[in-house]
Design a protein around this ligand. Structure first.
Ligand code: NAD
Length: 309
């Protein structure tokens, strides 16, 4: 496993990291023991960064992750969770709620502190509230020693500039924007580097778009995006390759991205993922697949408030 420094946090994070949303059963009903084993396998393979949120499975992912982390020395992993999102349509970025939320998460996770506390999917809220109320509240949480660093997460890329032009945060988490079908995160990297912000890239498999299983019912991409990605997956199958392999290798090929979060509740998948990133990418297949995906390249979907898209 390769490691990179996460911006000015100084944390040395594995280039492939573990996203625990799957532990909340957001993609399929999961077997809890298998989910716990997945976390242990991830740590054994050198993954040292884990991302979760109260929203995933409505607290279930944090609870299952807490069980998985029980008894594991706290210095073996970095842990990030989030505040502000509590349901599909439930958001509360007020100081009072986010301060209480951190304590609830620490309890579920069974830890005294998290390494990063992130404002979750800020495009659903008022970005001015994030700047003027939520982040200052998280600075108090930080002063109390309950979190070491502060980050923001979301989908539309313009939210990151809006917040970072007005205040300081340590990390951003962007998802579905550095994949085979969408590399628009690239346009933001120089700006983030100038500010020393840690860059966390999530959903290299496009939340299922770039897998043989395909997308869950809630997936927000248009039918055209889903159809074109399914065509690309079928093309890879015809060549005897799992598109997930190509997708993962591609997302991890940019050295300016500090870490990439992949999610699964299946130990075999995490083993495959770690093995795949150590193999060379098939450049010919990559070029062919990127050609298939060209009609939908960098095509996005609206998320959150219209003014944040
Ligand atoms: P992903 O792109 O990692 O895809 C996950 C899906 O791919 C799951 O269905 C999983 O079973 C499947 N998968 C994983 N490995 C596979 C393999 N080897 N073969 C076939 N299928 C495989 O999407 P994700 O889980 O949404 O993203 C990763 C993590 O990033 C999340 O768990 C979460 O922690 C984080 N994330 C955060 C935000 C946010 O903060 N707003 C948004 C998206 C993701």
């Amino acid at each position: 496993m390769e490691y990179r420094t996460l911006g000015k946090t100084g944390l040395t994070v594995s280039v492939l990291s573990y996203g625990a949303s799957s532990l909340g059963g957001v993609f399929r009903e999961i077997d809890e023991a298998e989910g716990i084993r997945t976390v242990h396998v991830a740590l054994d393979l050198g993954i040292n960064y884990i991302d979760v949120a109260p929203y995933y499975g409505i607290t279930r992912a944090e609870t299952v992750l807490g069980k998985a982390l029980k008894g594991i020395p706290r210095d073996r992993y970095y842990l990030a969770t989030k505040v502000g999102r509590y349901g599909d349509d439930e958001f509360d970025f007020s100081a009072k709620r986010v301060i209480a939320s951190v304590d609830e998460s620490l309890k579920r996770l069974g830890v005294d502190y998290v390494d990063i506390i992130q404002c979750h999917d800020i495009e659903f809220g008022s970005l001015d509230q994030i700047v003027n109320e939520t982040i200052p509240a998280l600075c108090r949480v930080q002063e109390q020693g309950k979190a070491r660093f502060i980050g923001i997460t979301g989908y539309p890329l313009k939210i990151f500039r809006y917040v970072l032009d007005r205040t300081e945060v340590d990390t951003i988490l962007s998802y579905c924007h550095y994949t085979l079908n969408d590399t628009s995160l690239e346009g933001l990297i120089s700006y983030l580097e100038e500010k020393g912000v840690g860059i966390i890239n999530a959903s290299p498999l496009g939340m299922g778009l770039l897998t043989n299983r395909g997308t869950p019912g809630w997936h927000p991409a248009s039918d055209e995006i889903k159809k074109t990605c399914a065509q690309a997956a079928a093309y890879c199958r015809s060549k005897g390759v799992d598109i997930a392999k190509l997708a993962l290798q591609f997302s991890l090929s940019n050295p300016r991205i500090h870490t990439t979060l992949v999610g699964t509740a299946n130990p075999e998948n995490i083993r495959k993922n770690v093995r795949w990133i150590e193999e060379p990418i098939d450049e010919e297949l990559l070029a062919e697949v990127r050609e298939i995906l060209k009609p939908i390249a960098n095509r996005t979907w609206p998320v959150g408030r219209p003014e944040n898209n």
